[in-house]
Design a protein around this ligand. Structure first.
Ligand code: GDP
Ligand code: IMO
Ligand code: MG
Length: 428
């Protein structure tokens, strides 16, 4: 297969960066299609560790073209900073392409993100504060600017003037000082000039490569439960991390996608607010948090911890047609006497195995668990499924049984090498 998707199947931070980096050995192009620098994707090889936010995780492989496609929201300052760090570390950044249709995140989007969260008080979303929601809002209300507008001085002047008029009114409504057009224009004109060499029509580029049969990897950010349409709304991000959104967000035909790899952490984590039926508290949650280094890549917030939720995985699989699982961080569960998986929920005395539309209902759902025996052996060096302790094998087989989706690979440590592939879509 030629075109493969890495999709987060829970609430983000499933290890998408690691798996994207792994498959980038084979892909010629790696594409980020939605979100912005709210993402934090960690890549580890040898003694090196990087966290990318905007740039696709394929950047560490020589010769890979990295595309930031049209569905993304891009903070040009953050983009240039990230490029500089990667370049400084000795990697080639000349093959980065930024869509002229991607949306621009301005400082006022970040300011409005913060102001809205403060105004929401206890009802806050717990956003990353990067201006993601306000930028997508402007796109939908048609006063946003595209990267193509930013790199054209005349268009920038006209469209920014128009946008700032509305945005200043909004800033003032939150008690914030309005921004001076001349200052904003000066700053972004310069940023536009700096990003210009990377900007092109990425849809045309990808359409040609799809036709040629080039191996392309699509790297999702966030996860299915943070999807604007199918996630735990309103505690979601403002885009769709699901494979379904790729054709639209990249400007390529609907039938371009050949295989969807669902990235599933062996347990569950969530940052930010919102319902989380299998959430754990106390010593066990702390133990898993410390072992899995479960602190946000972007905001450094401690991640909320819970057991694996098979209903969540099925929800992701059913919507986006997940063909195989990549189960990550399996090593973090080593040493536990018992491991639980939620197979269904109990609500008003009934059993339910799907995700409801409203939070009010979801908050009332009680998880029903099946309990499996844990394993004590170190699994961080295993090279095959057969080398895993029987109980770890059983854990993976149970995930397959509960979701009806095969395990394509599992991961037993953060390093590139700690990846055991059972089915490689690029080779099939
Ligand atoms: P992403 O946002 O989906 O790319 O995930 P993050 O990078 O935010 O969080 C995943 C974390 O788990 C990172 O610190 C990775 O280095 C780490 N990681 C990935 N796979 C494994 C694994 O199999 N075992 C362990 N112990 N850590 C892993
Ligand atoms: P990666 O790609 C985990 C969460 C935020 C918040 C909600 C909305 O690293 O998996 P936003 O700033 O997007 O408006 O925040 O979404 N969130 C993430 N959680 N991993 C991410 O990205 C996330 N990106 C956003 O914590 O709850
Ligand atoms: Mg992350």
């Amino acid at each position: 297969m030629k075109r493969i998707v890495v999709e987060g199947s829970q609430w983000g931070d499933e290890g998408k960066g690691k798996i994207t980096d792994y498959f980038s050995q084979k892909a010629k192009i790696v594409v980020r299609f939605q979100g912005g620098n709210n993402a934090g994707h960690t890549i580890v090889f040898g003694s090196k560790k990087f966290a990318v936010r905007l740039i696709p995780s394929g950047i560490f492989h020589k010769g890979t073209t990295c595309v930031l496609a049209s569905g993304m929201v891009v903070n040009p300052e953050a983009f240039l900073e990230e490029l500089a760090i990667i370049k400084e570390a000795g990697f080639d950044t000349s093959k980065v392409l930024l869509s002229d249709r991607a949306s621009v995140i301005f400082d006022y989007h970040k300011m409005l993100d913060g102001a809205r969260e403060t105004a929401l008080g206890k009802a806050k979303i717990g956003t990353t504060g990067k201006g993601i929601g306000p930028c997508y809002t402007d796109k939908a209300s048609r006063i946003g600017l595209r990267i193509g507008d930013l790199v054209n001085e005349k268009t920038l002047e006209k469209r920014l003037k128009n946008a700032l008029e509305f945005k200043n009114r909004e800033l003032e409504s939150y008690g914030l000082a309005p921004l001076k057009f001349s200052e904003v224009f000066k700053k972004y004109k310069k940023l536009g000039e700096q990003i210009k060499p990377y900007v092109c029509d990425t849809s045309l580029f990808l359409q040609k490569e799809v036709k040629k049969g080039t191996k392309i990897l699509f790297e999702g950010a966030q996860g299915a439960m943070l999807c604007l349409t199918h996630g735990t709304y309103p505690f979601v991000t403002s885009s769709s991390p699901m494979a379904n959104s790729i054709p639209l967000s990249c400007g390529i035909p609907c039938n371009s996608i050949e295989y969807v790899l669902g990235i599933a952490k062996a347990y569950t984590t969530r940052v930010g607010e919102g319902p989380f039926p299998t959430e754990l508290f106390g010593d066990l949650a702390n133990e898993i948090r410390v072992r899995g280094h479960e602190y946000g890549t972007v905001t450094k917030r401690p991640r909320r911890i819970g057991w694996l939720d098979a209903c969540v995985l099925r929800h992701a699989a059913n919507i986006s047609g997940i063909n195989g699982w990549a189960v990550t961080l399996l090593d973090v569960l080593t040493g536990l006497d018992e491991i639980k998986i939620c197979d269904k929920y109990i609500y008003n005395g009934k059993t339910i195995d799907t995700i409801p539309a409203t939070l009010e209902e979801f908050e009332e759902y009680q998880p029903h668990y099946i309990t499996l025996k844990g394993w004590k052996e170190d699994i961080t060096k295993v090279k095959s499924f057969d080398e895993l302790p029987k109980n770890a094998q059983n854990y993976l087989k149970t995930i397959e049984k509960l979701t009806g989706v095969k395990i394509a690979l599992f991961s037993v440590g953060p390093d590139r090498k700690q990846t055991i592939v059972l089915f490689d879509p690029f080779e099939n």
